[in-house]
Design a protein around this ligand. Structure first.
Ligand code: NAD
Length: 487
C-alpha cells in the first residue's frame, strides 16, 4: 500500500492550548491509531483547576481584546484569515486528523478541511449583517430587541469528524462574538489543538479559542458545570447528552445546544431510480464506516424492488477493503477503538440471536487495527437490537414494506429523529411524506450533507436540542435583550 503522507515527523502535543500557548500536564490518557492499534501519544486530563484557568483566561481575553464589541467586520476579517490559514496548512492539519481518527488523510485535505473553511467564512459573514430588531411599541416609548454574545461558550465534540465538529462549534460562536473553551474527544485531540494554534496565528486574539484535553466525566463535567461558562454546545451521544443535562440541572441552569445520536431511515419506493438509490444507500451507511450521526442505518424498501436492491448492496459491500488512514487511495475507514469494535459486533450477534439474517459481513476484518465488515441484516422488527440501537458502525438493517403507511410506520423510531432519506420519482409523494417523517433533516433522492451551509441541523426527539449550522447556529450563539426606553 502506498502512503500519501508520512506521519512519523509529526510532533503530537501532550498539552492543552490556553491563552495562545501550549500548557503541558501529566499525560495520563493514551491516544491510539485505529488504523494500526499502536499507541501514538498521550494527553493530559484537565481537572477542575485547569478548566477554571481556561475559563478565566477566556473571560480576560474577551475583556482585553473586546472581541465581542469590536467592529464586526474586524471579526469577519480575522475569521476569514483563519479559514485561509487552515487551507494553507491543510496537509499538516489533515495529518493531525488522520493520525488518530477514522478520517482518511486524503479526504480530510480535499473534503473536511475545505468544507470547514467554507463554513467558517459563511459564519464570519454574519458578524456585520445579522442581529437585533426594532420593536413596534406604544407612543412615548422606544423599544428594541438587542442581540448580544453570550460570553464564554463551553463546547464539547466527538471523535467521528474532529475538524468538522470543531468548525461547527467554533465558526458560529466566534463570529457571534464569544470566546470558546473547547474539549475535543480524548481519542482525537490533535487536529483541534492545531486549529486553535492556527486561529491565533491568523490574528484571533489569544485566549478567545482555548482547547482543554481530557475525558467526559472529569474535563467535560468540569466545563458543563463551571459557573463562568455562559452556554454549553455539545455534540455526541444521547447518553452523554443526558448526563450533561443532569449536570447542568445540578450545578446551575444554563442554555445548551445538544446534537446527539441518530438511527436514520432511508426509504426506497418501487418507482425510485434504483441506480441512484443503491449508490446513496451504500454511501449513506458506509461513509466513515458508519461512524456518522446521519448514517442511514435502517433501510426500508418497497417489496417489489427489495431483492434487487439487497443483491446490489451486498455486491457493493463486498468491494470494501480496509485501508490505513494515510493510504494514497482512501479505502474503508477503521473503527475508532477496539471497545467500539466489540460493541458493534455484540449488537450484530445479539440481533442474529434474536432471529435476524445476516446477509453479508457480521464479523471483523482479519486486518491490523480495528475494522468491521460492511454488514446487512434482514428479518428484523422494531424490537430487534440492530433496529433499536445506534450501532455507529458499518451495519444496516433491511426491512420491506407493502404500502406507504407501512413505510412510514417502519421509518418512525421511538428514540431518534435526526435524519431521513426518501427515494421516489413521485414528487407529490415526496412532498407528502416529507411532512410525515419525524426528523430534523429529510433528504429526497440524495443522502448526506451538502455544501448548502444555510441548512441547519436539528435533532428531533432524543437526537438533540437546538441547532448547528445555518443562520440558526449563529443565532444560537447570541442572546436577546429587550430594551424599552420612556421618551
Ligand atoms: P460521546 O458522547 O461518547 O462523546 C462525545 C464527547 O463528549 C467527547 O468529547 C467525550 O469526552 C464527551 N463526554 C462524554 N461524557 C461526557 C459527560 N458526562 N460530560 C461532558 N462531556 C462528556 O460520543 P462519541 O462516541 O465521541 O461520538 C459518537 C456520538 O456522537 C454518536 O452518538 C453520534 O450520533 C453523535 N454525533 C452527533 C452529531 C449530530 O450532529 N447530531 C454529529 C456527530 C456525532
Amino acid at each position: 500500500m502506498s502512503f500519501a503522507y508520512d506521519p512519523s515527523g509529526l510532533t503530537l502535543p501532550a498539552a492543552h492550548f490556553i491563552g495562545g500557548a501550549y500548557i503541558a500536564g501529566p499525560a495520563s490518557i493514551r491516544v491510539l491509531s485505529p488504523s494500526t492499534g499502536a499507541t501514538i501519544g498521550a494527553i493530559p486530563c484537565a481537572d477542575a483547576d485547569v478548566v477554571d484557568h481556561a475559563v478565566s483566561t477566556a473571560r480576560r481575553a474577551l475583556a482585553t481584546s473586546n472581541w465581542g464589541g469590536m467592529e464586526p467586520r474586524d471579526r469577519t476579517r480575522a475569521l476569514c484569515a483563519w479559514a485561509d490559514l487552515m487551507e494553507a496548512e491543510a496537509e499538516t492539519l489533515a495529518a493531525f486528523e488522520a493520525v488518530c481518527s477514522s478520517r482518511p488523510f486524503a479526504q480530510a485535505v480535499t473534503g473536511d478541511i475545505v468544507v470547514t473553511a467554507e463554513q467558517i467564512r459563511f459564519f464570519a459573514e454574519f458578524a456585520d449583517k445579522d442581529g437585533g430588531a426594532l420593536a413596534p411599541v406604544s407612543d412615548g416609548h422606544f423599544g428594541y430587541i438587542a442581540d448580544e454574545p453570550y460570553g464564554v461558550i463551553g463546547a464539547i465534540t466527538p471523535w467521528n469528524f474532529p475538524i468538522s465538529m470543531a468548525g461547527w462549534k467554533l465558526g458560529p460562536a466566534l463570529a457571534a462574538g464569544n470566546a470558546v473553551v473547547l474539549k475535543p474527544s480524548e481519542m482525537t485531540p490533535y487536529s483541534t489543538l492545531f486549529m486553535a494554534e492556527l486561529a491565533v496565528r491568523a490574528g484571533i486574539p489569544a485566549g478567545i479559542v482555548n482547547v482543554v484535553l481530557g475525558d467526559g466525566p472529569t474535563t467535560g463535567a468540569a466545563i458543563t458545570g463551571h459557573p463562568g461558562i455562559d452556554k454549553v454546545s455539545f455534540t455526541g451521544s444521547t447518553r452523554a447528552g443526558g448526563a450533561i443535562m443532569e449536570n447542568i440541572a445540578r450545578t446551575g441552569i444554563k442554555p445548551m445546544t445538544l446534537e446527539l445520536g441518530g438511527k436514520s431511515p432511508m426509504v426506497v419506493f418501487a418507482d425510485a431510480d434504483l441506480d441512484l438509490a443503491a449508490e446513496c444507500l451504500d454511501r449513506g451507511i458506509m461513509s466513515n464506516a458508519g461512524q456518522a450521526c446521519v448514517s442511514g442505518s435502517r433501510m426500508i424498501v418497497a417489496h417489489e424492488v427489495a431483492d434487487e436492491l439487497a443483491s446490489r448492496l451486498t455486491e457493493r459491500f463486498a468491494r470494501y477493503r480496509p485501508a490505513n488512514t494515510f493510504a494514497s487511495e482512501p479505502g474503508f475507514s477503521p473503527i475508532i477503538s477496539q471497545t467500539q469494535l466489540g460493541r458493534i459486533d455484540s449488537i450484530v450477534q445479539a440481533s442474529a440471536g434474536q432471529g435476524a439474517d445476516v446477509l453479508c459481513g457480521g464479523a471483523r476484518f482479519d486486518h491490523e487495527g480495528s475494522y468491521y465488515q460492511p454488514t446487512l441484516i434482514t428479518g428484523v422488527d422494531a424490537a430487534n437490537a440492530a433496529v433499536r440501537e445506534e450501532i455507529f458502525g458499518p451495519v444496516a438493517t433491511f426491512q420491506t414494506f407493502h404500502s406507504e403507511g407501512e413505510a412510514m410506520a417502519l421509518a418512525s423510531h421511538e428514540t431518534y429523529g435526526l435524519c431521513a432519506g426518501l427515494f421516489t420519482r413521485d414528487l407529490s409523494r415526496a412532498m407528502r411524506l416529507t411532512r410525515r417523517l419525524a426528523a430534523g433533516t429529510v433528504w429526497v433522492n440524495r443522502y448526506g450533507r451538502s455544501r448548502n451551509h444555510i441548512l441547519p441541523t436539528t435533532g428531533w426527539k432524543s437526537s438533540g436540542l437546538g441547532h448547528d449550522l445555518g443562520r440558526e447556529a449563529y443565532h444560537a450563539n447570541r442572546r436577546k435583550k429587550s430594551v424599552l426606553i420612556d421618551l
